[in-house]
Design a protein around this ligand. Structure first.
Ligand code: AGP
Length: 367
């Protein structure tokens, strides 16, 4: 395939390749190796205020919402503070109860998404504290919040968000670390995660270097009209983000599902024509996930499994994509990258205009 009318590479492509540098910028100056923590001065919250947070509620739209779901899991795991993510577009319409002990986190690349901005304004009007996880400096959401963390991903202009999503994940990891270390997270665990975060840029390079193989997987997947993306717990928001990216630029139907919910309905749709992309990290859930893959294989469903080298898939016939290992809490980031490349190459294979997908705008600033 050729690169557009100008012969230039799509912006999505260059932005994907920038991810090692973007992640490095998100981390720069914020890690404390000695105490195994993060310093986020922009939050404008001291240790006492961070300790007083009883819940965390993350609000964003589209891919920012899925990154928020990954972030909520990180916060619960590292800080043991109840956390969840909700689509800002739903939150603002449901007359939500605003709780003064909850930390609201608005996540947005552009900082201009109307639904997220209106959610922040409503929270603040009712006395809640909202902080932003935003890329564009000085944007409307950044200005409307009480404080925040800039992503420093660099300008992102492709409609399909890539480096913003991965830097959002890193931003949440920093927040989770800081919240955790003023509570029960041990210094040893803090140091373990700091070291894990520092490894990410190099590991992202490795995943990106696997592009030719991922392009071949994408070419096969792009022939299917419809497919599933499945994952459990940490893998589920990764599946949602993978399905979103594929839909946006390839226009193929992709549905994300929790691995454990398959048997409650969608298994009826599995057939040789409907492939499944499964997210199966090497963690405490691997055995259960592999058992679910057997259910899919038994119905003739083709499988692509995004996993780690040590995971034993037994007799399963599956196309496997191995990503480097890191600390298990940080797995979602490295599992997300191959799905970006798969979506990109599927769309290229189908001859679509990657940076101008039909019906979509880069930021949705109208209600
Ligand atoms: C991502 O690929 C999408 N184009 C879209 O879901 C996007 O993430 C969403 O509209 C939110 O945008 P924001 O991060 O600028 O608020």
């Amino acid at each position: 395939y050729e690169y557009g009318a100008t012969g230039a590479e799509p912006r999505m492509y260059t932005e994907m390749l920038e991810q090692p540098a973007s992640v490095e910028r998100t981390l720069r100056g914020r890690l404390d190796e000695r105490f195994g923590t993060a310093h986020l001065g922009g939050l404008r919250m001291d240790a006492r205020e961070l300790r007083a947070v009883q819940r965390v509620k993350i609000l964003g739209c589209g891919s920012a919402y899925y990154a928020g779901q990954m972030g909520a899991q990180l916060i619960e795991e590292l800080a043991r503070v109840p956390a969840d993510a909700e689509a800002a577009s739903e939150f603002r319409y449901r007359d939500a109860v605003i709780d003064p002990d909850t930390l609201y986190v608005a996540v947005s690349q552009s900082g201009e998404t109307a639904d997220t901005l209106l959610a922040v304004e409503e929270i603040r009007r009712k006395g809640g504290r909202a902080v932003g996880l935003v890329n564009v400096v000085g944007s409307a959401i950044a200005r409307a919040c009480d404080g925040g963390i800039y992503l420093h991903a660099g300008p992102e202009t492709a409609v399909a968000s890539t480096k913003a999503v991965t830097t959002m994940f890193v931003g949440f990891a920093l927040l989770a670390l800081q919240l955790g270390r003023v509570r029960d997270l041990s210094v040893a665990d803090g140091k373990r995660l700091v070291a894990g975060l520092q490894q990410l840029p190099g590991q992202i390079e490795k995943v990106l270097a696997d592009e030719d193989r991922l392009a071949r997987v994408a070419a096969t997947l792009s022939q299917a009209q419809s497919m599933f993306f499945v994952g459990r717990v940490r893998g589920y928001p990764v599946a949602r983000e993978g399905a979103q990216k594929l839909k946006e630029i390839s226009y193929r139907h992709a549905e994300a599902y929790q691995m454990s919910e398959l048997k409650h309905g969608p298994l009826a749709l599995i057939s040789p024509e409907v492939p499944t992309v499964a997210i199966v990290p090497d963690d405490e859930l691997t055995d259960r996930n592999v058992a679910a893959l057997h259910e899919i294989a038994a119905r003739g469903g083709p499988l692509v499994v995004v996993t780690h080298e040590d995971v034993d898939l037994g007799e399963l016939s599956a196309e496997r994509i191995d990503v480097p290992r890191n600390e298990k809490e940080l797995d979602p980031l490295l599992l997300t990258i191959p799905l970006q490349l798969v979506a990109y190459h599927a769309a290229m294979n189908l001859g679509h205009d990657i940076d101008r997908p039909r019906n979509l705008a880069k930021s949705v600033t109208v209600e």
